[in-house]
Design a protein around this ligand. Structure first.
Ligand code: AMP
Length: 331
C-alpha cells in the first residue's frame, strides 16, 4: 500500500479539468492506498480572497469533492489550514529552496504575468508549500494533472535535498501518478489549451453548472471557419473541442465527428450541440449531489473534523521526526 497525497486550491468551484485531471483518480485510488486529499486554502491566499469568499470557497470545494465520490471514511479528506504542521515544514523547506530555481518555475512566470500588481512571496514559494503538503505524509504518489508535472519535480528536489543535507533517506521522492492512463490535460472552451479557474470567463465548465450555463458556454466556444478540404490540419480551438468530447462523449460520437472533420463535412453547430448534451448528462448526477450536500452543514462539519484529526496525526509525527533530524532538541 502506497501513500498518496493530492490537493486542490480553494479558489472557486471545481471544473471538468479538476475532475478528469485529479478527482476521478482520487476516487479510484481511495480504497487501495493510504490516501490524503486536501483543500488548499493556504495556497489560495496568494490571490487575496476576502474572509467571506475564503470560507465559501473551501466549503464549496469540500462539497464538490464529496459529490464527485471521495469517501471520507476511506480517504483522509481535510482542509489544509486545519493542519498547521504544514506551515512549519514549509518554513523548514524554505531554508533550502533557492530564489533562482523558484523564479524559473513556469507557473511563477505565468502568475506574475496574470497578477503583476501582486507578486508576493507566497507566489514565489508556492512550490515549496506544495512540497510540504506532499512530503508531510511521506507520500510517494501524487495524482495530479499534466499541468503539475514541474511542481512535482520541485517537490522531489526539495525532498532529495533534505535527505542529502541531513544524510538520511527520510523522505521518499514523490512522483506524479495517474491511475489508468497517461496524465491528462483538459482544454478550455475559449481556445486556451488548459481549462482553469483563473482563465477567462467561459473557459471552464464547472461541476455545479446548470444545463443553461453549460449550453451557453459550449455554444459560445471558440471555433474557426471550418475545414475547406478533406485532411486539413486542426486548429487549437477545434482540437480543444475534440479533446473535451474525448472526456465526456462516447467513442462512437467522437469518431463520427472526427470523420466529418476529416471529410470536411463537419458543422461545428452540430458538434457543439452534441458536446452540450454529453456535458449535461455527465454533470447532472454530480450537480444533484452538490445541491443535497449543500443543505447538510452538520455532515460537512463532521467530515472536516474527522479529516483534520487524521491528517494532523500523520503530519505531527513527520514534523516531530524532522525536528529531530534537523537537530532541534528539548532541554
Ligand atoms: P488547481 O485547480 O490548479 O488547484 O488544480 C487542482 C488539480 O486539478 C491538480 O491536480 C491539477 O493538475 C488538476 N487540473 C486543473 N486544471 C486541469 C486541467 N485543465 N486538466 C487536467 N488537470 C487539471
Amino acid at each position: 500500500m502506497e501513500t498518496v497525497v493530492s490537493g486542490i486550491r480553494s479558489t472557486g468551484n471545481l471544473h471538468l479539468g479538476n475532475y478528469f485531471g485529479a478527482i476521478r483518480n482520487f476516487v479510484k485510488m481511495q480504497h487501495e492506498h493510504r490516501c490524503f486529499f486536501f483543500i488548499a486554502d493556504y495556497h489560495s491566499l496568494t490571490t487575496h480572497p476576502t474572509p467571506g469568499d475564503l470560507h465559501r470557497n473551501v466549503r464549496q470545494v469540500l462539497i464538490e469533492y464529496l459529490a464527485a465520490g471521495i469517501d471520507p471514511n476511506a480517504a483522509t479528506l481535510y482542509i489544509q489550514s486545519d493542519v498547521p504542521e504544514v506551515t512549519e515544514l514549509y518554513l523548514l523547506l524554505n531554508m533550502n529552496a533557492y530564489k533562482g530555481e523558484l523564479e524559473r518555475c513556469t507557473s511563477f512566470k505565468e502568475k506574475i504575468r496574470k497578477q503583476p500588481d501582486n507578486v508576493n512571496a507566497g507566489l514565489l514559494t508556492y512550490p515549496v508549500l506544495m512540497a510540504a503538503d506532499i512530503i508531510i505524509h511521506k507520500a510517494s504518489k501524487v495524482p495530479v494533472g499534466k499541468d503539475q508535472e514541474q511542481h512535482l519535480e520541485m517537490a522531489r528536489t526539495f525532498a532529495n535535498r533534505f535527505n542529502r543535507l541531513y544524510k538520511t533517506d527520510y523522505f521518499p521522492p514523490p512522483y506524479a501518478f495517474n491511475f489508468d492512463m497517461e496524465l491528462v490535460k483538459v482544454p478550455g472552451l475559449d481556445g486556451a489549451t488548459k481549462m482553469g479557474k483563473s482563465e477567462s470567463e467561459g473557459n471552464a465548465i464547472f461541476l455545479s453548472d446548470d444545463p443553461k450555463a453549460i449550453k451557453k458556454k459550449v455554444m459560445r466556444a471558440t471555433t474557426d471557419s471550418g475545414p475547406e478540404r478533406p485532411g486539413e490540419e486542426m486548429s487549437q480551438p477545434i482540437e480543444n473541442l475534440f479533446n473535451l468530447m474525448r472526456v465526456v462523449s462516447s467513442e462512437d460520437t467522437l469518431n463520427h465527428f472526427l470523420d466529418a472533420f476529416n471529410k470536411a463535412t463537419i458543422r461545428y453547430g452540430d458538434l457543439k450541440k452534441q458536446l452540450t448534451e454529453d456535458m449535461i448528462s455527465f454533470t447532472k448526477p454530480l450537480r444533484e449531489r452538490i445541491l443535497e450536500l449543500d443543505a447538510d452543514n452538520q455532515y460537512l462539519a463532521k467530515v472536516a473534523r474527522m479529516g483534520a484529526e487524521k491528517a494532523r496525526e500523520s503530519a505531527a509525527k513527520t514534523v516531530r521526526e524532522v525536528r529531530e533530524i534537523i537537530g532541534f532538541k528539548t532541554f
